[in-house]
Design a protein around this ligand. Structure first.
Ligand code: NAD
Length: 262
């Protein structure tokens, strides 16, 4: 299927690795020009070089910076001639017990996983509406649908974003102008994030990382972790010309892990 987005410009946040990079790769394969961001310049430049090798027709620009800050967002936006597609993403908050989290811990989580995407939507969606095309995909988490006890900062901050998006996506000045806003909820995906979390558990338990990864994979009905490429493929479809009637949704991609009927 031709996704019909060849030549559009996308800002893909936090995209040197993992799910963000999977989304950037899928968009580049479709001929979308991308601005990718990440905090670490070396991994970002390496990712940009790999993305350029995927499709010579797509321009790839890399902007190092923290997307949770106003400066990081301004630099990312300045590098993108126009934002037709916005993929919001940032690192997830650390695990822990809410008894140990102070106001600063909450503000860091809310800045990265709620306010940064809201600020970027504020900066882009009205211009998308004026042009008659816009796609926003927020990478959130399956934890929004089925909270994970130790990820309380994530459960809380991302639920705030989810509630906000539910209202924003339904504004006629966006929905009736072919601007869609959806959230993509990852279950367990094989990325650095999941591997570093498992490495910490393995060290505490005196077990091998691969053994714990295998146990995690076995707990998913699909019998495996997801891949950044398959996450990216769904993201690119949500950003396609074919999804103008699909907005305000929370789409779970989790290999069947969520046990509910709906
Ligand atoms: P990852 O650690 O593999 O990659 C994160 C990327 O984000 C890296 O490129 C990193 O440089 C960049 N980054 C992090 N914080 C940033 C910031 N403030 N500004 C700019 N760049 C930043 O992580 P991932 O597994 O791809 O996860 C992406 C998001 O999805 C995270 O919020 C994570 O919590 C969430 N998530 C992941 C999974 C999973 O199984 N991997 C499951 C649920 C939710």
């Amino acid at each position: 299927m031709d996704l019909g987005i060849d030549g559009k410009w996308a800002l893909v946040c936090a995209a040197s690795k993992g799910l963000g990079r999977g989304c950037a790769a899928a968009l580049v394969r479709e001929g979308v020009h991308v601005v990718i961001t990440a905090r670490g310049a070396d991994a970002l430049q390496a990712a940009a070089a790999e993305l350029r090798a995927l499709n010579a027709r797509a321009e790839v620009r890399a902007v190092a910076g923290d997307i949770a800050t106003a400066e990081g967002r301004a630099a990312a936006l300045a590098a993108c001639p126009q934002v037709d597609i916005l993929v919001n993403n940032a690192g997830g908050p650390p695990p822990g017990d809410f008894r140990d989290w102070d106001r600063d811990a909450w503000i860091r989580a809310i800045d990265a996983n709620m306010l940064a995407p809201i600020e970027l939507m504020k900066a882009t969606v009205d211009a998308m509406a004026a042009r008659g095309f816009g796609r926003v995909v927020n990478i959130t988490s399956g934890a929004v649908k089925a909270p994970i006890d130790v990820l309380g900062l994530s459960n809380g901050a991302r639920s705030g974003l989810t509630g906000f998006v539910a209202g924003l996506a339904r504004q006629p000045r966006l929905a009736a102008r072919n601007v869609t806003v959806n959230n993509l909820l990852p279950g367990a995906f094989d990325t650095d994030r999941i591997r570093s979390a498992v490495a910490a558990q393995a060290a505490r338990a005196g077990r091998a990382v691969e053994e714990l990864i295998a146990a995690r994979a076995a707990s998913v009905p699909a019998g495996r972790l997801g891949t950044p490429d398959e996450f990216g493929a769904l993201c690119a479809f949500l950003c396609s010309a074919h999804t103008g009637y699909l907005t305000g949704q929370n789409i779970l991609l989790d290999g069947g892990a969520y046990p509910g009927t709906f």
